[in-house]
Design a protein around this ligand. Structure first.
Ligand code: GNR
Ligand code: NI
Length: 186
């Protein structure tokens, strides 16, 4: 029986820390990410790079577009420092319900370093997604997890948390990053 001697590239990949795209690179960050057709080895390789990149940063969530891959993939881990790691992998996530009540959190973003601002969002959400093996799930979330899920799903739609604060503050932070790049400081 003929056997293909070439290994699929995915078998050769190792987890890697990838550079995180930051402002002012809106060309990438504003892209609307595409759903994955199936959760295969290639997708799992991206998931693993995302997780390693997120832990190294460190952050509690990361969308694939933040490492320049415009696919609808998210990793999350809201476990606190010292607690056991509890990574979540979500492919093609969809918000299927939001509470009427809003909550407020001080948000930050690895793509907008050293900037933090209070953001209001629905307090509780239900999300449907495929896990790392492609199995479908529905999950209810509240608190920091609900905030982080919404922040990451926003990334998949090209939305940044600064779009949810005042225009004055948003324009100020975008200008700061544009200027820093011109001065060669990014
Ligand atoms: O690490 C992160 N912390 C955070 C804090 C409050 C609300 C959202 C977040 S997500 C952020 C990582 C990130 O930029 N994900 O896209
Ligand atoms: Ni972010």
């Amino acid at each position: 029986m003929p056997v293909d001697p070439f290994l699929p590239l995915a078998y050769l990949t190792r987890m890697a820390i990838r550079p995180i795209i930051t402002l002012p690179d809106e060309k990438i960050l504003r892209q609307v990410s595409k759903p994955v057709k199936s959760v295969d080895e290639g997708v799992r390789a991206v998931f693993d790079d995302m997780l390693e990149t997120m832990y190294k940063a460190p952050g509690i969530g990361l969308a694939a577009v933040q490492i320049g891959v415009p696919q609808r993939l998210i990793v999350l881990d809201v476990a606190r420092e010292g607690e056991e790691k509890r990574p979540l992998f979500l492919a093609n996530p969809e918000v299927i319900w939001t509470s009427e009540e809003f909550g407020e959190y001080e948000e930050g973003c690895l793509s907008i370093p050293d900037f933090y601002e209070m953001v209001q969002r629905p307090r509780d959400v239900k999300v449907r997604f495929l896990d790392r093996l492609g199995e479908p799930h529905e999950m209810a979330a509240s608190g920091l997890l609900a905030t982080c899920l919404q922040h990451e799903i926003d990334h998949l739609n090209g939305i940044l948390f600064i779009d949810r604060i005042s225009k004055l503050k948003r324009d100020r932070v975008v200008k700061k990053f544009q200027k820093a790049q011109k001065l060669g400081k990014l």
